[in-house]
Design a protein around this ligand. Structure first.
Ligand SMILES: [Zn+2]
Ligand SMILES: [Zn+2]
Ligand SMILES: [Zn+2]
Ligand SMILES: [Zn+2]
Length: 132
């Protein structure tokens, strides 16, 4: 190993040593400030909220715009920092007006529920009613 390697952090983005005192430590690796940026809009992510999408970092606004889960209940994007209910590929805001029985509108947060093709039901009776 080269002597320099132990002295200076190596940037995981460009694979060069980082000589500046300012750099980002993220995802268990070190980065030049400019080399840890949003994969979608290229903004520098040092000190801001970011999320990993397919191993690529994206800033929060790009995440909400391009990658956010869509709520099955209200069909709006789900902010990555708020609580949500996930079942298979479906997502809901963990909110009374979003995660509810498709038939009788009973709130299902913390309740047993029966999922079917993006809909959720509070009971077999409601599921049967919806089907007929
Ligand atoms: Zn770099
Ligand atoms: Zn961005
Ligand atoms: Zn919703
Ligand atoms: Zn119901």
């Amino acid at each position: 190993r080269h002597y320099c390697d132990s002295e200076k952090p190596r940037c995981a983005g460009c694979d060069e040593l980082i000589f500046s005192n300012e750099y980002t430590h993220a995802e268990g690796q070190n980065w030049h400030l400019k080399h840890f940026c949003c994969f979608d809009c290229d903004c520098v992510l040092a000190g801001v909220v970011y999320l990993m999408v397919n191993d690529k970092p994206v800033c929060k606004s790009c995440y909400v715009k391009n990658h956010a889960a869509i709520c099955q209940g209200c069909h709006n994007a789900i902010d990555p920092e708020v609580q949500r209910v996930t079942y298979n590929n479906f997502n809901w805001h963990a909110a009374q007006e979003c995660f509810l029985c498709s038939c009788c509108s009973k709130c299902l947060i913390g309740q047993r529920f029966i999922p079917e093709e993006g809909m959720v039901f509070c009971s077999v009776e409601c599921k049967e009613k919806m089907r007929s």
